[in-house]
Design a binder for this molecule. Structure first.
Ligand SMILES: [Zn+2]
Length: 182
């Protein structure tokens, strides 16, 4: 759905706990209701109680499918700047509803007393595989035997400053492991 920057922990389970703490707030659920009731598949013909159950099940579908993926990003000087990708299955086939739900969740400022504050980070495409879940320095594909396309340590000339694809910022991310989902 979006990347989360700012938390100091590298433990995806701690980030998952912090994210769910915000998703279980009534205000967020109310915002979800406002979006999902506009979905083309919303069962408007059902009795009110069945509609409530449908909405609750739809929200549980999101929270139950939440997964966190750590990107072990390092800034200049090898300073850790962990990024966490937020994945969840959204209960809609409508692109508009999907976009509105993503916007709802990625606009939240995620705070945790132990791990800091997480906010939506920049979404940029990997220059090797074109995926948006990782910067070029963390691309897993060059490690696959037989890979014939660009290598991590062979950046194109236009990417001479930021090894990660984070061009336009002062972030200088180095090649680190891409691991850990929870
Ligand atoms: Zn890639």
């Amino acid at each position: 759905m979006f990347p989360l920057d700012g938390f100091v922990t590298r433990d995806p389970s701690q980030v998952k706990y912090a994210v769910l703490n915000h998703w279980y707030v009534d205000r967020v659920y109310d915002s979800f209701i406002a979006v999902i009731t506009q979905d083309p598949d919303y069962p408007a013909d059902l009795p009110p109680q069945d509609q409530l159950d449908w909405m609750a099940n739809s929200y549980s579908h999101i929270t139950d499918s939440l997964e966190i993926q750590l990107l072990d990003i390092r800034c200049r000087g090898n300073v850790p700047a962990p990024r966490h990708n937020i994945f969840a299955t959204l209960p809609t086939k409508s692109p508009k509803t999907w976009h509105d739900l993503c916007t709802l969740f990625d606009n939240i400022v995620y705070t945790d007393p132990l791990h800091g504050t997480g906010k939506k980070g920049p979404i940029r495409q990997c220059q090797i595989c074109h995926c948006v879940t990782h910067p070029r320095g963390l691309c897993p594909f060059p490690n696959i035997e037989g890979w014939l396309s660009p290598k991590i340590n062979n950046p194109p000339p236009s990417d001479a400053v930021a090894t990660s694809g984070e061009t336009g910022t002062n972030r200088h991310e180095t090649n680190r492991i891409l691991t850990c989902t929870y």
